[in-house]
Design a binder for this molecule. Sequence first.
Ligand code: CP
Length: 328
Amino acid sequence: MNFTGSNILSVEQFDLDSIQTVFQTADRMQPYARRQKRTKVLDGAILGNLFFEPSTRTRVSFGTAFNLLGGEVRETTGMESSALAKGESLYDTARVLSSYSDIIAMRHPKSGSVAEFAEGSRVPVINGGDGANEHPTQALLDLYTIKKELQHHGHDINGMHICMIGDLKFGRTVHSLSRLLAMYKNIRFTLISPKELAMPDAIIDELVRGNHQITITDQVAGLLDADIVYQTRIQQERFTTPQEADLYRGKFRLNSEIYTKHYKPNTVIMHPLPRDSRAEANELDNDLNQNPNLAIFRQADNGVLIRMALFALTLGVADLIEKYECDV
Ligand code: CP
């Protein structure tokens, strides 16, 4: 993959070599993210950070990543504060905003909207989540986290057992992550959800084509050799009514007792966050907060590294990071 000048819209753009490039670049970002070193490689560059749907991690980590590389961030949050609310097209918005920025990160509630926006943009566009479709940067940071966590236990992505639980229909993070994992070898996927919220067929087909072992079930069982448990939230915002989402909330909880009963002692616990901590949902209980296998905050930390890497690569400055170092 030629990163320079490219949009990042879907995990389909990546192969194992380009994933490796992103991960190696992310590794190099560690001292800058920890403020042990400082670079001004993006001095004068502007990120247009457009979030037309709620976000904490993705929006702020895109901004933080750009700042850490020396660039500036201009934010638009919420549809109501943009001219999209007056009926302006995504194409026109893109034509205009791309002349104010060097690169744009965007989240939007409609599937395919970020790709539509990118058609009008004169600068690279990075998908920060488009409806229930994709969340490619989350998938890259999840995969990076899985690799690091498994390495810690002396294991590899190839041959692992991952269990994905919850809203696999509307959860875009599990869609993108599954597509990336499909490129690896001999993975065992246990996909646990209510039947109505099962993983879309198109993604199952990709896993089948990759010769992976797939179990689709609505029961939490047979997980004692799972290397990763990836919990998800019921995506209320994608249902027709909140009452419909209520039917599924709280069905697949993970807490200390369930973890001890169903998983081996070092199964890595992941969640893209936000976790729904209301009593009626609580898919990932606070009583696991001190469990060393809980990787959710390491995931969020890795988001900064991955997004720094993607900015450096798409803006063609990855080889110049060290050259533009300055005093801390
Ligand atoms: N994981 C994730 O996309 O979180 P935010 O919705 O807070 O950006």
